[in-house]
Ligand binder design. Structure first.
Ligand SMILES: NC(=O)c1ccc[n+]([C@@H]2O[C@H](COP(=O)([O-])OP(=O)(O)OC[C@H]3O[C@@H](n4cnc5c(N)ncnc54)[C@H](OP(=O)(O)O)[C@@H]3O)[C@@H](O)[C@H]2O)c1
Length: 252
């Protein structure tokens, strides 16, 4: 896989899976746009670690539609094109149906869907218009195992990722005639802040028992699948959802 001279936008790339993805693209010769929401220090550290040149930071909250539009506009101003879009930014909020009040319930749904589903939908729309003009491109959306197996404590998260799968597969069909391919990577627990900050000790133990590997995924393993689906050689994989969950949840 060679991404030399490719311009790649990764949302939520200041840390975690997005950071590993930015590093992997840069190592293959791409110019990488690192989007993040607020943690400027982490974003600057990531930028400094990327091999190669031409990488830039883009501080935008993608859950706000005006900022999503500005992100794509800024990226095109900087690079003149967008070859690859990786919709990685995501949030997970605990909102247990039998414990919280209605106000908190509705707030969790709104925040989660705005970040995990509406933002990728809007960014796909905006990037696709540039890719259609260019005659090629690829989009990879980062979903989750939770889309398939259920998320009892984070139902909006599971629903947002199931929606993201459906969005991706719809666009895979619609955009194929324009030589744009769309793929999905669905990780299980991965060694990032999202997983380590939310798991209690007993949940961590349960997680380790779920997979015969007895460990979480490494962000680099998820990034590997993202690069594979983004590559020109993988165009015919469009519509595919790749599980990266250490055989913890095998769907038929
Ligand atoms: N970790 C897991 O176990 C796991 C499992 C399955 C799926 N996933 C999915 O993988 C993706 C990455 O997860 P992660 O674990 O790497 O997350 P993470 O460590 O919590 O990092 C989240 C990243 O997204 C950015 N972000 C969050 N909301 C944003 C917004 N509104 N606009 C722009 N950037 C935003 C954050 O920016 P700041 O640094 O500025 O806050 C950060 O760069 C997510 O879609 C997640 O659902 C993760």
């Amino acid at each position: 896989m060679d991404f030399k001279d490719k311009c790649v936008l990764v949302t939520g790339a200041s840390r975690g899976i997005g950071k590993a993805t930015a590093l992997a693209f840069a190592a293959k010769g791409a110019k990488v746009g690192i989007n993040f929401r607020s943690r400027i220090g982490e974003a600057e550290k990531t930028l400094a670690e990327l091999p190669g040149s031409g990488h830039q930071l883009f501080k935008r909250d993608v859950s706000v539609k005006e900022e999503a539009k500005a992100l794509i506009d800024d990226f095109i101003d900087a690079y003149g094109k967008i070859d690859v879009l990786v919709n990685n930014a995501g949030i997970a909020i605990s909102h247990k149906v039998d414990e919280i009040d209605f106000e908190d319930w509705t707030s969790a749904w709104e925040k989660t869907l705005q970040t995990n589903l509406f933002a990728p939908a809007h960014l796909c729309y905006l990037a696709a218009h540039h890719m259609i003009k260019a005659g090629s491109g690829s989009i990879v959306n980062v979903s989750s195992r939770g889309a398939f197996r259920g998320e009892p404590d984070q139902p909006a998260y599971g629903a947002s990722k199931a929606g993201l799968n459906a969005l991706s597969q719809s666009l895979a069909k619609k955009l194929a005639p324009h030589h744009i391919h769309v793929g999905v990577v669905a990780p299980g627990f991965t060694e990032t802040d999202m997983a380590t900050e939310t798991l209690t000790a007993s949940e961590n133990e349960k997680m380790l028992q779920e997979t015969p590997f007895h460990r979480m995924a490494k962000p680099e393993e998820v990034a590997h699948a993202i690069l594979f689906l983004s590559s020109e050689e993988s165009a015919y994989f469009s519509g595919t959802i790749i599980d990266v969950n250490g055989a913890s949840y095998l769907r038929s």
